[in-house]
Ligand binder design. Structure first.
Ligand SMILES: Cc1cc2nc3c(=O)[nH]c(=O)nc-3n(C[C@H](O)[C@H](O)[C@H](O)COP(=O)(O)OP(=O)(O)OC[C@H]3O[C@@H](n4cnc5c(N)ncnc54)[C@H](O)[C@@H]3O)c2cc1C
Length: 287
């Protein structure tokens, strides 16, 4: 994914900046534009998916739903890719969910990180999946496939989400049931949390679907929406631009199909300058 690969610069070490005993220790090499985060936890969910937590620089601020460039130093240069932040803006650590692309320049390496390793985290988070980019509404749908769950991990942990919407419906599709585990555990953890558990219990609906093996709900999200099965399963009316607000993150095919469907149904894409009734973010770009 060439456009997301940003090879940054390494700041030249300054002769004047020599650490002395009076100064706190500084990393040997500062990488311009990036914080150096320490890996705190790594978990492999399947042979294609893993997640990890890192320290968070106190100066790093972000909004639920944003992504940031993260990566590793490779041959003396930062090799970075866009990653949605799973953790909530108020949490002390950062969390990410990652694909393992066997020959992927970054993830063929990143999948081997261990506790204590250093990961680069860009200083400027950005993105379009912001609740402020949506007009007020009653029900918020979050449609995700694969690692597209990541930004919604942050959004469902954000108290604002429960203030703005009476109901939040998180629809998560993967090829195989085992790939849903990260998302399912995040939702269970949220329901059990002291902070937001009560709100999540009352307002958050979690609907999972699988495309490549037998499962409780089966089929592509787009098909479940078109056929109306999603809504009859949930016992709610079909999508309606007057009441429903939508965020989509996932594979480019789903994005294109849902976007066309929404535009035909009278929905309007929102942006930070002009709120609308739906917003979209790619979980990855096709080669
Ligand atoms: C806005 C944005 C947010 C992103 N957030 C995440 C995230 O939270 N987690 C994450 O794992 N990736 C995310 N990505 C994708 C990520 O930037 C990299 O593409 C991915 O880490 C693979 O990097 P790579 O160098 O190994 O391979 P790349 O050369 O970047 O990708 C090689 C090919 O692998 C496939 N691929 C890449 N990423 C994925 C993916 N996530 N799911 C399925 N297939 C993929 C595509 O066909 C791609 O062309 C995001 C991308 C964008 C644009």
């Amino acid at each position: 994914m060439a456009d997301a690969a940003v090879l940054g610069e390494i700041a030249a070490p300054s002769a004047a900046r020599v650490s002395s005993a009076a100064e706190p220790a500084k990393p040997k090499t500062e990488v311009r534009g990036y914080h150096q985060a320490r890996v705190l936890h790594v978990r492999h969910w399947t042979d294609k998916l893993f997640s990890f937590r890192t320290t968070r620089d106190p100066s790093f601020r972000f909004e639920a739903g944003q992504f940031v460039m993260i990566g590793l130093m490779v041959e003396g240069k930062p090799l970075v890719r866009a990653y949605s932040i799973v953790s909530a803006p108020y949490e002390e650590h950062l969390e990410f969910l990652s694909i393992k692309v066997p020959d992927g320049p970054l993830t063929s390496r990143l999948q081997h990180i261990a506790v204590g390793d250093t990961v680069l985290v860009g200083r400027k988070p950005t993105g379009t999946l912001l609740i402020e980019s949506l007009e007020p509404g009653k029900r918020l749908y979050l449609f995700a496939t694969g690692t597209g769950f990541a930004p919604f991990g942050s959004i469902i942990r954000n108290p604002d989400t429960y203030e703005r919407f009476a109901q939040i419906v998180l629809v998560y599709g993967c090829r195989e049931a085992a790939e849903l585990a990260f998302g399912t555990e995040a939702v269970i953890g949220l329901r059990e949390s002291e902070f937001l558990g009560e709100y999540a219990d009352k307002q958050l609906v979690y609907y999972t679907t699988v495309t490549r093996e037998a499962y409780y709900h089966q089929g592509r999200i787009t098909d479940l929406v078109t056929s109306g099965k999603l809504f009859s399963d949930l016992g709610v009316p079909a999508l309606d631009a007057a009441n429903d607000r939508i965020m989509i993150c996932g594979n480019p095919g789903m994005l294109a199909d849902l976007k066309a469907m929404l535009l035909a149904g009278g929905f309007a894409e929102g942006s930070s300058g002009k709120p609308g009734t739906f917003v979209i973010e790619k979980a990855f770009a096709e080669r």
